[in-house]
Design a protein around this ligand. Structure first.
Ligand code: FES
Ligand code: FES
Length: 165
């Protein structure tokens, strides 16, 4: 099958890639670039383990998005969210609140939470529930995860206030 050359920026690094028309963003991230933090689960848009962030920080299910549609665009994965060598506030809060459950669901949950907090650092419970609804751990629950998201939101609000001040 023919391949198309695309330019894709991942976590700030630009890649030129020959991609097959049926390959997804998930395929390219994992198999061609070697960033395996983004997980492959249902490949049908139901589990959220493949969640990455698009240009505006929005949550993207990379298993549902064809790689050719990402030509000239940029994406952030779990490997790219550290800030200045430090964990992102969402990652830090997940550690502090025991919200890191397994390596399979956690990256997608973190990226879903980050997408929400990039839009608002004062999310309502409904907004938190909605943001996490597609990124489910089916083994345990969301209680610690939600505590961590609220804590990360507080840290990000403080950071914003410091930056504004
Ligand atoms: S792999 Fe399950 S939603 Fe993408
Ligand atoms: S899927 Fe990760 S702990 Fe349940």
């Amino acid at each position: 099958m023919g391949k198309q050359l695309i330019t894709l920026t991942v976590n700030g690094d630009e890649y030129e890639l020959a991609v097959a028309s049926h390959h997804t963003l998930l395929d390219v991230l994992r198999n061609q670039i070697g960033l395996t933090g983004t997980k492959r689960g249902c490949t049908a848009g139901s589990c959220g383990v493949c969640t990455v962030n698009g240009e505006r920080g929005e949550a993207i299910l990379s298993c549902l998005s064809l790689a050719v549609e990402w030509d000239g665009r940029s994406v952030t994965t779990i490997e790219g969210i550290r800030q200045g060598g430090e964990l992102h506030p969402v990652q830090q809060a997940f550690l502090e609140y025991g919200a890191v459950q397994c390596g399979f669901c956690t990256p997608g949950v973190v990226m879903s939470a980050k997408a929400l907090l990039d839009v608002t650092t004062s999310p309502s419970e409904d907004q938190i529930n909605e943001a996490l609804a597609g990124a489910i751990c089916r083994c345990t629950g969301h209680i610690k995860i939600k505590k961590a998201v609220r804590a990360a939101a507080a840290v990000m609000r403080d950071n914003e206030a410091r930056d504004d001040g």
